[in-house]
Structure formats: C-alpha cells, structure tokens
Design a protein around this ligand. Structure first.
Ligand SMILES: [Zn+2]
Length: 72
C-alpha cells in the first residue's frame, strides 16, 4: 500500500524514474531534469530552477511540446 505517499499536485509535472538504487527519482516533464522524488525539491525546481515552467505552466502539461529541447 502506498498510503504514506501523498500525491501532491506537483506530481503532474514529474514522471517517476526507475533506478537501480532504492531511491525513487523523478523526471521533470518540462526540462527532463532528474532529481530525488521529494515534493519540496520538486516544487523548488518547478518554481525556481525549471527553464521550461516559467512560460508554459498555464495548463497544457499533458502534451509537452519539448520546446525546451535546445541543442547548445
Ligand atoms: Zn524542469
């Protein structure tokens, strides 16, 4: 049972990543950045560090456009 893991709204913007370790990781749907699956960390990333969230977080996150994929 996963009753201890609350599904915060922030999970809408992240997908779970399977790793070899026991630590669950998540990947940002906006910029593909991976990080530990900690809600506080995910929110900090989304609000401050995510290059794709600032301009495109007005709803349509179900269909990521991958517009942030830039080859530099
Ligand atoms: Zn991001």
């Amino acid at each position: 049972m996963f009753t201890g893991r609350k599904r915060d709204a922030i999970w809408k913007y992240f997908t779970e990543v399977k790793t070899d370790s026991k630590t669950l990781k998540v990947k940002c749907v906006n910029c593909q950045t991976q990080m530990s699956a900690l809600v506080a960390r995910m929110k900090t990333h989304f609000n401050k560090n995510c290059p794709g969230a600032g301009s495109s977080n007005n709803g349509d996150v179900d269909t990521p456009s991958f517009s942030s994929l830039k080859l530099t």
